[in-house]
Every structure is written in C-alpha cells, then in structure tokens.
Design a protein around this ligand. Structure first.
Ligand code: KG4
Ligand code: ZN
Length: 349
C-alpha cells in the first residue's frame, strides 16, 4: 500500500510516498527556517505564507522522484492508495495549507484520507529503518512543543506516563540559546557549542543547573526553572564562556529526560525504547540514552530515528497513517492546532 503523506504543521513543507509504512520511496522537504532566522523565531503568518509557496512544488518533486515516467495526475491516480495529512498540533495557518491540499487531492482523485496527529507520528520515524520496534514500547517524544513519555501497548493503545509540566525540551534548548545570543534555530546551535566544549573537556562534571522534578516520584519533567536559572546566570556573570554554559544547559536538559526514562524502564517491562521528535537529533541525548538502556538487565532494544527523520517530515506521517488507518470522511477533516498525543482515540471517533 502506497500512502502519500503531507506535513505542514510548522515551518517545514514536506511530502512523502511510503510503502507499507516502512519503505520511504521519497520524502521531499522545503523549510522556511532561514526566514525565521532573520526574526529570531517563527512568525506564524510568515510560516503559513511559505507553506502556500512551497506546497505544490514539493508535492510535484516527491511524485516525480517516485514515478519519473508518469504525469502528476497519472502517478496519483494509478499508484497512490491513500492520502495522509497532519491535522495537528501545529500553527493553524500552516496546518490549513496541508489539510486543504490533502482534501482537494482526495476529492479529485477519489482517494481515502487518513488524519494523523503530528506528535504521535514523530514516533513512526522509528519504523523507517531496517528493523521495526516491537510492543510493548516505551516512547519519549521530544520536540519543540512537546515532551511526552508514553507506554505503547500497540499502534492505537497508549498509556500516558508523564511529560513536561511547562516548557518542552526543544523549547528549553531554543530559549536558553536565545539567552546566550546563539543563532536561530537554538537547539542545534546550542548543541554544537556544547559539543565543542565536551570534545575539549570529555570528563568534566556538569552540574551547574537544575534537573527539574528529578527527585519527584512521577514521570513528569519541568524545564522552566532551568530557563530562569540560565537567565539569572547570564545577568549576574560579567564574562560567560558560551561553549561551557551551553554544555551545562545541554547536560541539564538531557539528564532531566534520562532520569525519567530510566525510571520508566525500571517500572515497565518493555521490549523496545523509542526516541523521537526534533530533539532526538541531539548527539548527547542519544549517547546517554544508549548507556541508560544498556545498563538495564532486560536490555530492551533502543530505536532512534535517522537524523533526517528526527525533525519534521512527511515520511513519518505516511508511516503512522499506514499503522493507525484512521480514515475520515473528507468533509470532517479539519486542522486542530491543540491536538495532544492522547487525543489519538478521539481522532478515531
Ligand atoms: O520535531 P521538531 O522538528 O518540530 C516540532 O514538532 O516542534 O522539533 C524542533 C525542535 C526545536 O526546538 C529544535 O531546537 C530542536 O527540535 N532540535 C534540537 C536539535 N535539533 C533540533 N535540540 C537539541 N539538539 C539538536 N541537535
Ligand atoms: Zn515535530
């Protein structure tokens, strides 16, 4: 089954064709990131305008790569079995572009439409490599807007274990990077500075900033205290070593995540551990998660997405659609900027 996936929840415009949920035939992505670098952050209206500009070229690019000898029309008509689209969470203007495009294609070519939750879909980046996860699985989704720790019993039954009570992990990276005047996007910039410091000081102990809620007996996390501590530090100190402070910040965020994942591995017997979301591109997080998982006696299998599938892309949307098969009548498909990971069942109804 070939699914055409469309992702436009934020500043990436992405279209992919994925076969049977696991084989990416092509994923074309355009980003308006450079535009947001000039403003130091995303202005939703600007992101939405770029979605409109990129949507059709990206769609054409994806289809022509997979079906080089067919016209646009023929390739959809003959080869595509269903259209998958991100309905939320995300920026309403950006989401609308993808959702309306999907609805038009579905209507014109009489194809079924599958509605996908963007945060749920991030996890499916782990189904796009050679080996696929088995259930039950413990999943940590860490993106710019979400930080969720979830127990997956199967593709549609979830148990929410915990998550951030305030800022998301990616947001913490971005906000702290801004406090250090590092360029947008903050997460990759801060992590680059941090890793430069770590290369020079591989055995240094990094304990300057708080690991939010690490002593609380729950699976929840908190990152707003870190942001405040960094803001105070930056105002107080006359001279700042940006690379060293970046390493301190990165370590505080990574540790706060790892502490709760390690606690969940001890509580629940799982066969797979899944990492996903934009922050899963972070090398330090990957390295420390590998250690934490390998230290556990039952040695669950750790899945981490290829970095190309870590940040927003349509391949994960098409993969998720294949496994959840959440078909909806076209007239009921609409964007929902506030969808949460646990709204999966609600989306099904
Ligand atoms: O999943 P994603 O692409 O978009 C959302 O759904 O939010 O995640 C974007 C987030 C941003 O906060 C970005 O700074 C962060 O992922 N990010 C990173 C790295 N690459 C992206 N954070 C830390 N280290 C990285 N290497
Ligand atoms: Zn995302």
């Amino acid at each position: 089954m070939k699914i055409l996936g469309i992702e436009t929840s934020c500043d990436e415009t992405s279209v992919a064709v994925v076969e049977d949920g696991v084989t990416v035939l092509h994923c074309a992505t355009a980003t308006s990131m450079n535009l947001h670098a000039a403003t130091g952050g995303i202005i939703p209206e600007n992101a939405a305008r770029k979605q409109i500009e990129y949507m059709i070229p990206v769609l054409e690019e994806a289809l022509s790569q997979v079906f080089p000898n067919e016209s646009f029309t023929e390739s959809i008509k003959k080869h595509i079995d269903a259209i998958a689209v991100t309905a939320g969470p995300g920026l309403i203007g950006s989401l609308l572009v993808g959702v309306e495009t999907a609805k038009v294609i579905a209507r014109v070519f009489e194809k079924p439409i599958i509605v996908v939750n963007h945060v749920v879909a991030h996890q499916y980046a782990n189904w796009l490599s050679n080996e696929v996860p088995t259930f039950p699985a413990l999943s940590l989704v860490v993106s710019g807007g979400h930080t969720d720790l979830v127990l997956l019993k199967n593709h549609t039954e979830y148990q929410y274990l915990g998550g951030t009570r305030d800022d998301a992990a990616g947001e913490a990276f971005d906000k702290c990077a801004r406090l250090l005047s590092l360029p947008y996007p903050g997460g990759p910039s801060l992590s680059k500075a941090a890793n430069t410091f770590l290369e020079k000081n591989p055995t240094v102990s990094l304990t300057l900033f708080p690991r939010g809620l690490s002593h609380e007996d729950s699976f929840d996390m908190s990152f707003s205290g870190l942001k405040t501590a960094v803001a105070r530090y930056v105002t107080r100190e006359e001279k700042i070593d940006v690379e060293e402070i970046s390493a301190e910040i990165q370590e505080a965020i990574v540790d706060a995540l790892i502490i709760k994942v390690a606690k969940a591995i001890r509580h629940y017997e799982v066969r797979s551990i899944l990492l996903s979301g934009g922050v899963s591109a972070n090398a330090r997080l990957r390295q420390k998660l590998e250690v934490a998982v390998s230290e556990h006696p039952t040695k669950p299998k750790l899945f981490m997405p290829l970095t190309t599938h870590a940040t927003d892309n349509a391949a994960m949307i098409a993969s998720c659609a294949f496994f959840i098969q959440n078909y909806q009548p076209i007239e009921q498909v609409r964007p929902n900027p506030a969808l949460e990971i646990m709204d999966l069942q609600a989306v099904h109804e």
